[in-house]
Ligand binder design. Structure first.
Ligand SMILES: [Zn+2]
Length: 312
């Protein structure tokens, strides 16, 4: 650990210039020795503008930023670090408009920067949640508004795509190990909610749901299926049978969607789900640890602008 950033001014005091930021980043990226970002070979030549790999089959040039989310960015690392701090520590996230005002950058830059940060918050190779006797609660929420409230152009687009259906809502499923880890997953129209449940929750777990018919048959595939019946005003039974944890997490998620981001397109919704889940899963860590954890993740993933804005 390098310093304590309890507030944004403390962060700016610590990262007083680009040299400090680069020294911090280099120490995070290369803990023991400098390795080639292309092939992993150690001990590169030092050049005027960075490094050159000593491996005869590679010999590529690289810098501390190569391959990271900061590569080719015109923004200083100091701005990036402040954005990471704000994105991870605001309980409901931060909008690109707000971030652009806070940091004095263009809104489009702030939007792209936040998406790059979100990309790093994605779980790599996620394993099924739960396990022997572990309680996993699941539920769903919907994101999106009514078509009647949209512009004519948007309304036509959706009508064409959804063949006349009257809403533009997307379903998001949540899975949570009590007092531990959460995961949000956008359910595509062609995807089966039951199959997703099997993918995300270990069958030896105790599944805890409301009385929705979706869960009635699939529940038999788990070690035990506990149900609370909201239709008869039952919200908790014996202190164990409830879905209050996932509902609490969804209420924070919904407040993020409605209060901060307002309109999230279907294409980017999973990224916002990952952001919300990451924040929830690190809620017990202090701001500095969470900041360092996120900066650590920045070395491998780099989202390119053209991929982000493509229609696929
Ligand atoms: Zn190399």
């Amino acid at each position: 650990m390098f310093a304590q950033f309890k507030t944004l001014p403390q962060l700016f005091d610590y990262f007083k210039d680009e040299e400090t930021c680069m020294a911090y980043w280099t120490s995070i990226r290369w803990v023991d020795s400098i390795t080639c970002t292309h092939c992993g070979a150690e001990n590169p030549y030092i050049t005027n503008r960075g490094y050159k790999c000593r491996n005869i089959e590679c010999q590529k040039k690289f810098s501390a930023l190569t391959g990271s989310i900061f590569e080719n960015s015109k923004l200083p690392l100091r701005t990036w670090f402040a954005a990471i701090y704000l994105c991870c520590n605001h309980k409901k996230g931060i909008s690109s408009l707000q971030l652009s005002r806070d940091l004095g950058i263009h809104q489009k830059s702030a939007w792209f920067l936040l998406h790059r940060i979100r990309e790093t918050l994605k779980e790599l190779a996620p394993e099924a949640l739960g396990g022997d006797g572990v309680i996993v609660e699941t539920d769903t929420t919907v994101v999106g508004g009514k078509v009647k409230n949209m512009s004519n152009k948007k309304r036509k687009e959706i009508k064409d795509r959804k063949r006349g259906k009257t809403d533009n809502k997307t379903v998001v499923a949540g899975y949570i190990e009590r007092s531990n880890k959460i995961r949000f997953e956008v359910i595509d129209p062609h995807e089966n909610e039951k199959e997703l449940l099997k993918k995300h929750v270990d069958p030896t777990s105790v599944l805890m749901t409301d009385s929705a018919s979706t869960y009635q048959t699939i529940g038999k595939d788990f070690a035990h299926h506990g149900v609370v019946d909201h239709s008869i005003n039952e919200y908790s039974r014996d202190g164990i049978y409830h879905t209050n944890t996932i509902e609490g997490a969804f209420s924070l998620f919904d407040r993020m969607v409605v209060g901060i981001y307002h309109n999230i397109s279907r294409k980017h919704l999973q990224a916002y789900c990952n952001e919300s889940a990451y924040r929830y899963n690190t809620r017990k860590k202090d701001g500095t640890i969470r900041f360092e954890d996120t900066v650590l993740k920045c070395s491998g993933v780099r989202l390119k602008y053209d991929i982000l804005t493509s229609n696929c």
